[in-house]
Design a binder for this molecule. Structure first.
Ligand SMILES: Cc1ncc(COP(=O)(O)O)c(C=O)c1O
Length: 493
């Protein structure tokens, strides 16, 4: 293992601000000489509209600009650069063929106002993607509109509310497990529901007795993530679904972790009434970083009338949007969702095929269990059971040496890895949540594991080097509160 260098050794880290580069009169373009007479602006425009020049505006040649931005891009870490085990977020490498499909001119240049007869290919893609998602999940119908998992949750809960209201009582409460992603209680609350937390048991999953105790005629729904955010399969889901249905409630499935289940089991068959997909996690396009996502929602037949408008229908050989649906909760996003993300998912599903999707889930499970098994001797594993697509350790053993999950995450950067998710799920104190995904080779996993072991040893022998990490990045530890509260967004000469 090479000793950490300091950022002083890396010339790209000394990149000046763009305002400090270039020189007067430099240009990034060359145009042919004017072949018309030059116009004196003062004669054609009022003086107040004529720009006098921008103070400090950079003037640069093409090569200077290209190098400036390329060097800045090298400060970033992305899935194309290396292993990115950000648990729950599923930052997996995705085949570039999906990108090629999304860039096909017929799709990339299609205008959302094109008439239906000129958009048949786009409509067909949407129609088929809905059916593929329904097939993978065991749901009856799907909307592609929501732009993220969280918006899918809101859409799903709005449909549940509308359905229950249609039966005379929207009810008041929603049960949410203590392992849930924060968006679950937020979505329920946005729909006007009171959130009731339910505790998971010593195995990290929900137990039916606890749900039975909390269930009554005021509970509209339970939101269940399967596998949950501890990476554990909710084994009692069928029993829990029965209990909730017996009391007239609905079951919302958070399907953000569907990448663990494809081709292995179908959440719809476990009795779930509504399920959202995170296309940007399961099928293609890495999650996070603020880029666009897509959170389609699947429903069982009794909720199909409530799906957002419009839905795509096929009549004979033609496709069209269908709007005349009086029970629909209405539109949840402009136009038809994040179309280019939908396309990538469609390309991924087609290129993988049913067997490929199943294999992707199996490899994701294998990779996570490999990491779990090899690291559990070095890091505390609070729920020591076989996991699904991710495994959650804690910093408990390193705490003895004054080292926290944050320190471990920072130190990983020195060794060239993106840190895992830390301090989530909340049920694990000092959590380190590792999701390797199916895209990684055994060699990459071994390198990561070796580095994690190295860090565990450093915690004992030289904790200071971890506490002061990272040593090799452009900046070391930021004052994150200050950066959020008082960001420096303007430059003055
Ligand atoms: C379990 C779970 N549910 C919901 C979400 C929310 O998805 P999004 O970030 O697309 O809104 C996530 C995001 O990672 C998640 O992991």
């Amino acid at each position: 293992m090479s000793a950490p260098r300091t950022s002083d050794c890396v010339p790209a880290f000394h990149e000046p601000l763009i305002f400090e580069e270039g020189g007067a009169g430099r240009r990034g373009y060359s145009l042919p000489a004017l072949d018309v007479e030059k116009v004196d602006l003062k004669k054609v425009w009022p003086a107040k509209l004529i720009r006098k020049g921008l103070d400090g505006f950079p003037e640069m040649s093409e090569v200077e600009i290209i190098r400036h931005f390329t060097r800045l891009s090298q400060w970033n870490y992305g899935v194309d650069a290396g292993f990115y085990p950000l648990g729950s977020c599923t930052m997996k490498y995705n085949p570039k063929v999906n990108e090629d499909v999304a860039r096909l001119p017929g799709f990339a240049s299609a205008h959302p106002y094109l008439p239906e007869e000129l958009s048949q290919g786009a409509l067909q893609m949407m129609f088929e993607l809905e059916r593929y998602l329904a097939e993978v999940s065991g749901m009856d119908r799907v909307t592609l509109q929501p732009a993220a998992g969280a918006q899918g949750e809101l859409t799903g809960m709005l449909m549940i509310r509308a359905y229950l209201a249609g039966q005379g009582n929207p009810r008041q409460k929603v049960l949410v497990p203590d392992t849930a992603h924060g968006t679950n209680p937020a979505s329920s609350s946005l729909c006007g529901y009171q959130v009731v937390q339910v505790k998971s048991n010593e195995h990290g999953i929900l137990f039916p007795e606890n749900i039975a105790e909390k269930m009554d005629g005021d509970v509209a729904a339970i939101m269940i993530t399967n596998p949950n955010t501890l990476g554990l399969f909710e084994e009692n889901i069928c029993e829990i679904v029965d209990i909730v249905h017996r009391h007239g409630g609905q079951v919302y499935g958070d399907g953000a972790n569907l990448n663990a289940l494809m081709g292995l089991t179908r959440i719809g068959e476990m009795g779930v009434d509504v399920l959202h997909f995170n296309l940007h996690k399961t099928f293609a396009t890495p999650h996070g970083g603020g880029g666009p996502g897509a959170g389609p929602v699947g429903v069982k037949a009794h909720l199909a009338d409530y799906l957002p408008n419009p839905v795509v229908v096929k009549e004979g050989e033609n496709y069209r949007f269908h709007y005349e649906r009086p029970k629909s909760i209405g539109k949840v996003r402009s136009f038809y969702g994040n179309f280019a993300i939908l396309l990538r998912a469609y390309a991924y599903i087609l290129s993988m095929g049913a067997e490929g999707l199943k294999r992707a889930s199996l490899v994701a499970l294998l990779n996570a269990n490999y990491i779990r098994a090899r690291l559990k001797e070095f890091y505390h594993l609070p729920y020591d059971f076989p996991c699904m697509h991710e495994c959650v350790f804690s910093d408990r053993w390193q705490n003895k040496f004054g080292i926290t999950a944050l320190d471990i995450a920072k130190r990983l950067m020195d060794y060239g890895f993106h840190p895992p998710t830390i301090y989530f799920p909340l049920v694990v104190h000092g959590a380190l949540m590792i999701e390797p995904t199916e895209s990684e080779s055994k060699e990459t996993l071994d390198q990561f594991i070796d580095v994690m072991i190295q860090i565990a040893k450093e915690a004992e022998s030289n904790p200071a080097v971890i506490r002061e990490a990272p040593h090799q990045t452009k900046v070391s530890r930021l004052d994150e509160v200050l950066a959020n509260r008082k960001p420096k967004l303007r430059w003055k000469p």
